[in-house]
Design a protein around this ligand. Structure first.
Ligand code: ASP
Length: 447
């Protein structure tokens, strides 16, 4: 298939919470004839105290599983009422009633938890397909999921075959597919938000020109708005930069949704259903760094601890780093990075990993295995990460701007935990200075 003008548009639960919102989704996909492949989640919350349809389905499935018919009936009523409201709003009352009967009998017949949980997506896609006169393609037919909850690459071929026709328009439910034994199973073992994976898999299967992921935010922000209120959105960011920002995209996008599209060199466009004129954020393989966009984001986290081991002549010994890291592995402690000096090596870990006696045990083991002259534990470390692919080429310049801005504000930096690596610069400060430092760096680098 050629990928000219093929857009896969995935909509999240908040975009599908009511009939009115579903009509907004219809308008968005209708306005661009290239939006031929629509992947849908299940209706989310209508207001802050509301419950997502997937949670209602899980509750009903649990009730039927323990044969609590009363509880099942009660929770199924809530599900039915959500969909009846949607059906009434879209003039599809009878169709929706018939679909609900099918779901209810399936659950009563013991089709299982994954089948039940996936019915929110199934119902929504069936209703949307009828409402917009698009072809409904059941994810069961085209999506194969392996034992690890990941996509089985067979899916790509099935998708390509099923959706080969040049002009047809399709609706595919997210979240689920079929396993080797032909049962309905969920992506990421039911990990929440995994309809994003379906969107990515469909995009790869049809070789889309772009994978649009529509939610209720304008994209990725330069930094966390809890630190810098109103922090601006980023137009373009590479997959690598996104990873270095430390979330792999997980706050905006399910992490397993990145690989299929990245491998197919398909950009992701994060868009906002409720602000559809905003172009959102493009996630791409390569971007041209414009001067003012040399830095694309800043992340920060408090609560790191540095465990520093010093001994004369340490840098000349072989295998010291391996010996040092062994107890960390043995305790299952993940480390952030390992700054090394002449006669010392430190391991930077998050304090949450050192609780429940892990810290004392670890220090004791390090004393025995490394016999250090000094074993020092420094806490109260916050890390700030600046990300931008141009750091690779101009890190001297960025460093200079960064340290002069922090010095001017009298923010103390901890050079023994700072580093430059690939697309990013990490600076250590005291915990209390993380937010003030990010504010200063935001002003310096985001304009
Ligand atoms: N409806 C599922 C959930 O609530 C899957 C998804 O929305 O992506 O997590």
């Amino acid at each position: 298939m050629n990928n000219e003008r093929k857009i896969v548009s995935k909509f999240g639960g908040s975009s599908l919470a009511t009939a009115e919102k579903i009509n907004r989704v219809r308008d968005i996909v209708d306005v661009n004839p290239n939006r031929r492949f629509v992947v849908l989640s299940a209706p989310g919350k209508r207001h802050s105290g509301d419950t997502k349809v997937t949670d209602l389905l899980l509750e009903a499935s649990e009730a039927i599983n323990v044969d609590d018919r009363k509880r099942f009936s009660k929770s199924f009523k809530l599900i039915a009422s959500r969909f009846q409201d949607i059906g009434n709003g879209l003039d599809q009352k009878d169709f929706v009633s018939a679909l609900l009967d099918e779901v209810r009998s399936g659950m009563e017949d013991g089709r299982g938890k994954d089948w039940a949980a996936s019915r929110g997506e199934w119902l929504t896609a069936r209703i949307f397909a009828a409402h917009t006169r698009r072809h409904f393609i059941d994810a069961e037919e085209v999506i194969r999921i392996d034992e690890a909850g990941k996509v089985d690459p067979k899916s790509y071929q099935l998708i390509e075959e099923e959706m080969a026709s040049e002009n047809d328009k399709f609706v595919i439910p997210g979240f689920y597919g079929q396993n080797e034994s032909g049962e309905v199973v969920l992506f990421a073992h039911g990990g929440r938000g995994s309809s994003d994976i379906t969107g990515a898999v469909v995009a790869r299967g049809v070789n889309a020109s772009v994978y649009e992921n529509w939610t209720d935010v304008d994209g990725i922000r330069f930094t966390d708005p809890r630190r810098v209120p109103g922090a601006r959105f980023v137009d373009e960011i590479t997959y690598a930069e996104l990873r270095e920002l430390g979330n792999g995209g997980s706050e905006v996008l399910h992490k397993d949704a990145v690989l299929p599209v990245k491998k197919g060199n398909i950009p992701i466009n994060l868009r906002n259903t409720f602000n559809s004129n905003h172009q959102g954020t493009m996630i791409v393989t390569e971007r041209e760094s414009k001067e003012h966009e040399s830095i694309v984001g800043i992340a920060g986290k408090e609560g790191f601890v540095s465990i520093q081991v010093s001994r004369d002549g340490m840098n000349e010994e072989e295998g010291v780093v391996e010996q040092l890291l062994y107890p960390f592995h043995a305790h299952g402690i993940a480390f952030e990075h390992i700054p090394t000096g002449q006669d010392s090596v430190s391991v930077l870990v998050h304090e949450s990993n050192l609780q429940n006696g892990h810290k004392d045990a670890l220090l004791q083991e390090l004393e025995i295995s490394l016999k250090p002259d000094e074993l020092e534990v420094v806490s109260n470390i916050g890390l700030i990460t600046l990300v931008g692919q141009s750091i690779r080429h101009h890190n001297g310049h960025v460093n200079e701007l960064l340290y002069s801005a922090l010095n001017k504000a009298k923010i103390k930096t901890n050079s023994s935990v700072s580093r430059v690596h690939g697309n990013s610069i990490v600076v250590g400060v005291e915990n209390k200075d993380v937010t003030p430092a990010i504010k200063i760096l935001y002003d310096r680098f985001s304009a």
